[in-house]
Design a protein around this ligand. Structure first.
Ligand code: ZN
Length: 168
């Protein structure tokens, strides 16, 4: 008689999952379908808090849908001038020619951030620091496809190694 031991997601596990992200109307915004599952070290702030909380305690093989408020994903929208910052054009990553409305990536003290170009001159650009999905309620279809205990090294580094994780 085969015995199946279910694995439930908890801190210090490397979790693999597939996801589809939908907006308020059910339109797909983003999915990893057809690609490698996402891998991350659970319990170390490597994933947006709402998604990590939703996966916590789920069994490997479980599929579920969760709708998260913006405060648990990309944050609330900052309105007006408070959202605008001037940055050097050479710090904008993702294209060589910039026009208003384009999305750029900038490096900040808190990691990479997506911003939207408002105005652009020869050397300086004004960007809107809101993530394009800030202020939105987002729905995630998530399938937990794998989990294993993290190694001591992964826990010390605070991230997953191997397939889908860091290589170094
Ligand atoms: Zn490492």
């Amino acid at each position: 008689f085969p015995v199946t031991i279910e694995m439930y997601i908890k801190d210090d596990m490397v979790v693999q999952f597939n996801y589809t992200l939908r907006d308020e109307k059910g339109e797909v915004i983003e999915t990893n379908e057809g690609r490698e599952p996402i891998a991350y070290l659970h319990g170390h702030d490597n994933m947006m808090p709402g998604v990590e909380n939703a996966i916590n305690g789920k069994a490997v093989g479980e599929k579920f849908t969760v709708t998260l408020p913006c405060t648990e994903t990309y944050g609330q929208r900052i309105e007006g001038e408070a959202a605008q910052q001037r940055v050097s054009v050479k710090h904008l990553l993702g294209a060589s020619v910039w026009k208003p409305g384009m999305t750029a990536v900038v490096h900040t003290d808190h990691g990479q951030r997506q911003v939207t170009i408002v105005k652009v001159g020869k050397f300086m650009a004004t960007v809107d620091v809101n993530h394009p999905l800030a202020g939105r309620d987002l729905t995630f279809d998530i399938e937990v496809v794998g989990a294993r205990d993290a190694t001591d090294e992964e826990i010390a580094h605070g991230h997953a190694h191997g397939v889908g994780g860091h290589h170094h």
